[in-house]
Design a protein around this ligand. Structure first.
Ligand code: ATP
Ligand code: MG
Length: 415
């Protein structure tokens, strides 16, 4: 679990603000859920025999003896919240959330025990057009963050629950016939969650996996139509994708469309964003049959993809740093600074605190990355003036003007 330090925060804030604006642009509403839920919620939704529920949840008994878990993901909580608050009665909901998730995994690059996700969940829409909307808005996010060259889209269809169950038997037969080629993990999954074998990252398993029967060849006709519709739509929107027949996702609730945005720049943990349909989950958790689709993206991995240049370009440096060279100037300066902040709403003005010599205050001004130093010394105070010194511009050096004029001067400067 990481501290996110001031020196690292810029990327986070940038992604947060871009994402927030994007959600407004597409008409999605934020929902905030608690960080703990009843353990049974995750067992019922994610599935008992998944990595998350079997070995990754932070689970504890509270003082009443109820078993609670820190949320390992947001979808289950979001469905619970939507149901409990009556948000799904004959309504379409387009929701998003952001926040920490918790999984007791082996810490490694791109995988932490507290990590952060943005999640989007849409309820009440069954067609491929909404699947496409989610893909389009993530594609736009990559463009806005200037990482669109670094990520690729993979899609697949898991079909209906019935089709998947039928396929499961075919797959188990196939892997049983090739049992000697399976690793221990896969042999265990053969009885618990055979589809997950397809998702194995073990290179020794590549051959046996790539020759396995494909889910795509065993889809029900409705899911096939849905998937064909999705692909045609993506083509029209100029979104490039790769159909990955082994993309199965690690959670039980998915059906039909699943997708992942992956990046070669991330090493073994290559998926930045993953999602899909989960048409059965609302009903399974006690609601009416409600089609649903969503995705979650991992902020830590997204931040690894951001370019240094892009970050630098987006930093909002202070316009000015106010230096005050006498006790009298300190008070007059603070009063002036408050007036300026009152009157110029976009002004970023750092006021020196802690006293000190001209030299030490100038050092701090420089470190703040401000474009200007504003200086109030004894002379300036006597004459009701203020000195402006350019810190990043060699052409201008400095000028002294009346304090009464500084507001107008700054307005012009930050335009
Ligand atoms: P992984 O590829 O790590 O096994 P997953 O399939 O378990 O991921 P999801 O549950 O689909 O992941 O979560 C969506 C996204 O959240 C992932 O694509 C990833 O970006 C991020 N994520 C998941 N687990 C972690 C983690 N332990 N640390 C950091 N980010 C994570
Ligand atoms: Mg995982």
């Amino acid at each position: 679990m990481n501290d996110i330090l001031p020196s690292e925060i810029k990327g986070w804030q940038l992604i947060e603000s871009v994402f927030y604006n994007l959600m407004q642009a597409y008409g999605y509403n934020e929902i905030r859920m608690p960080i703990v839920e009843m353990t049974s919620l995750f067992k019922r939704s994610i599935g008992e025999v998944t990595d998350i529920v079997e070995k990754e949840m932070y689970t504890f008994d509270d003082r009443n003896g109820d078993s609670l878990s820190l949320r390992p993901e947001g979808t289950a909580s979001c469905v619970r919240a939507a149901l409990q608050n009556g948000l799904l009665h004959n309504q379409i909901q387009k929701l998003w959330y952001a926040g920490p998730m918790f999984r007791h995994e082996r810490p490694q690059k791109g995988r932490y025990r507290q990590f952060h996700q943005f999640g989007v969940e849409v309820f009440g829409l069954a067609g491929p057009d909404i699947d496409v909307e989610l893909i389009l808005l993530t594609a736009r996010l990559w463009k806005l963050l200037e990482i669109d060259q670094k990520v690729e889209l993979e899609i697949n269809s898991l079909g209906s629950n019935e089709a998947r169950h039928a396929y499961r038997d075919i797959l188990v037969d196939y892997f049983n016939a090739h049992r000697d080629e399976l690793d221990d993990d896969s042999i265990r999954r053969l009885t618990s969650n055979p589809l997950r074998i397809l998702d194995s990252k073990n290179p020794d398993m590549l051959d046996v996996i790539s020759s396995a029967p494909k889910l795509a060849e065993h889809l029900d006709s409705e899911s096939e139509d849905h998937f064909t519709g999705l692909c045609a739509y993506l083509d029209q929107c100029d979104i490039r994708y790769r159909i990955n027949p082994c993309l199965v996702r690690g959670l039980d609730y998915y059906n039909r469309t699943v997708f992942e945005w992956v990046s070669r720049d991330l090493g073994a943990q290559a998926t930045v964003c993953a999602g899909g349909r989960y048409d059965g989950l609302v009903k399974q958790l006690g609601g009416r049959d409600t089609p649903a689709v969503g995705f979650a993206l991992g902020l830590e991995r997204l931040i690894l993809l951001l370019n240094e240049d892009f970050l630098l370009k987006s930093v909002q440096r202070p316009h000015a740093y106010l230096i005050m060279l006498s006790p009298e100037a300190q008070i007059a300066g603070r009063v002036l600074a408050e007036q300026l902040l009152d009157n110029i709403s976009s002004l970023r003005l750092h006021v020196h605190t802690g006293g000190g010599s001209m030299k030490s205050q100038m050092k701090r001004a420089d470190k703040s990355q401000a474009r200007l130093a504003l200086i109030l010394g004894e002379d300036e105070i006597k004459a009701s003036q203020i000195t402006i010194k350019y810190l990043r511009d060699t052409e201008h050096t400095q000028e002294t003007i009346a304090q009464a004029k500084i507001e107008q001067w700054l307005r012009e400067f930050i335009k």
